[in-house]
Design a protein around this ligand. Structure first.
Ligand code: HEC
Length: 245
C-alpha cells in the first residue's frame, strides 16, 4: 500500500470518527434537554404559574382512596392510638419480624436495644425499644415514625407499605414483651414449658452473657468480665480501632 493511500484512508477514518462524535453528542443533548417539567417547576403555560395541575375537586387519584384513615395514619383525629387496624396473626408477626430485620435492625439491633451495626459504626444511637418511655408509646406512634421519620432517623414510607408498617409495630411489641413481659402475661397452658433465663445457654454461654455480647452468641465475643466488649458510651471508637488495623 502506498504512502498516499494510507494517508487518504487515515483522513477518511478521521472524518468518519468526527461525524460519529458529532452525531452522538447531538443525541446526548436531546436526551438531556427533554421538554418536560420536573416536579414543582414553574410554568408559563398555565395561568396559575404551576406546572402541576391540582386534583379536581371531588375526585380520587387511582390507588389513593385512603378511606380507612387509621390504617394510613395511626391516628384518630390528631391523637396516636394504641390499637391495630387489623387482627395480628402469626403470619403478620412473621412478616413483621422479616421486615424489621431488613429495615430496622441495622440501627435498632435484632433485639431492639438500639445498638445495631450502623450504630456500632458511628451512627447516632437509635432508640432502645425496651426503654420505658418507648414501651409506653402507642403503636400508632411507631407507625407514624416509620411513615415520617424522627430526628436523625429517615422515614421509610417509600420502602415499607402501610400494612407492613403495622406488622413491624406488632413485632416491636413482641420484642418488648420478650424483655419486659411478666409470667402473668404468658398464656396459662404455656407457662410450664418456659425456662428461666439462667437455665438457657447459647453455645455453652449463659443467655444473659450471650446477650451482653451484642447477641452474637459466640463465646469469643465475650470479655472475661462477661460485659459488653463495646462500651455503650463510645462504640464507634472501639470498632473503628479494630477496623483500621
Ligand atoms: C439509619 C438508622 C435507623 C433505622 C434504619 C431505623 N431507625 Fe428508628 N431511630 C433511629 C435513631 C437515630 C433514632 C433516634 C432519633 C433521634 O434521637 O434523633 C430512632 C428512633 C426511633 C423511635 C423512637 C421515636 C421516639 O418517639 O422517641 C422509633 C419508635 C423508631 N426509631 C422506630 C424505627 C422502626 C420501626 C424502624 C424500621 C422501619 C427504624 N426505626 C429504623 C435510627 C434508625
Amino acid at each position: 500500500m502506498s504512502y498516499r493511500s494510507t494517508m487518504r484512508r487515515g483522513f477518511v477514518k478521521a472524518c468518519f470518527g468526527a461525524t460519529l462524535v458529532l452525531a452522538f453528542s447531538g443525541c446526548r443533548q436531546d436526551m438531556h434537554n427533554q421538554p418536560k417539567y420536573v416536579p414543582y417547576r414553574s410554568s408559563e403555560f398555565f395561568p396559575d404559574g404551576l406546572s402541576e395541575r391540582q386534583q379536581v375537586e371531588g375526585t380520587v387519584a387511582r390507588g389513593q382512596l385512603h378511606e380507612d384513615s387509621y390504617f394510613y395514619s395511626g391516628r384518630v383525629g390528631t391523637k396516636e392510638q394504641d390499637m391495630f387496624p387489623f387482627p395480628i396473626t402469626q403470619a403478620v408477626m412473621e412478616r413483621g419480624r422479616e421486615r424489621y430485620d431488613i429495615y430496622c435492625s441495622p440501627c435498632h439491633g435484632r433485639t431492639g436495644d438500639g445498638q445495631g451495626m450502623i450504630v456500632h459504626r458511628g451512627y447516632r444511637r437509635a432508640a432502645d425499644f425496651h426503654d420505658q418511655r418507648i414501651v409506653a408509646l402507642p403503636v400508632g406512634h411507631y407507625f407514624d415514625i416509620i411513615t415520617h421519620g424522627f430526628g436523625a432517623m429517615p422515614d421509610y414510607a417509600a420502602q415499607i407499605e402501610p400494612a407492613d408498617r403495622w406488622a413491624i409495630a406488632a413485632y416491636i411489641r413482641a420484642l418488648q414483651y420478650a424483655q419486659n413481659g411478666t409470667m402473668a402475661e404468658v398464656p396459662g397452658d404455656q407457662r410450664g414449658s418456659l425456662k428461666d433465663a439462667s437455665q438457657i445457654t447459647v453455645e455453652g454461654v449463659s443467655l444473659p452473657r450471650a446477650l451482653a455480647s451484642g447477641g452474637q452468641g459466640s463465646s469469643e465475643e465475650i470479655s472475661a468480665a462477661g460485659a459488653n466488649p463495646l462500651p455503650a458510651s463510645e462504640p464507634q471508637q472501639s470498632t473503628e480501632g479494630t477496623r483500621k488495623k
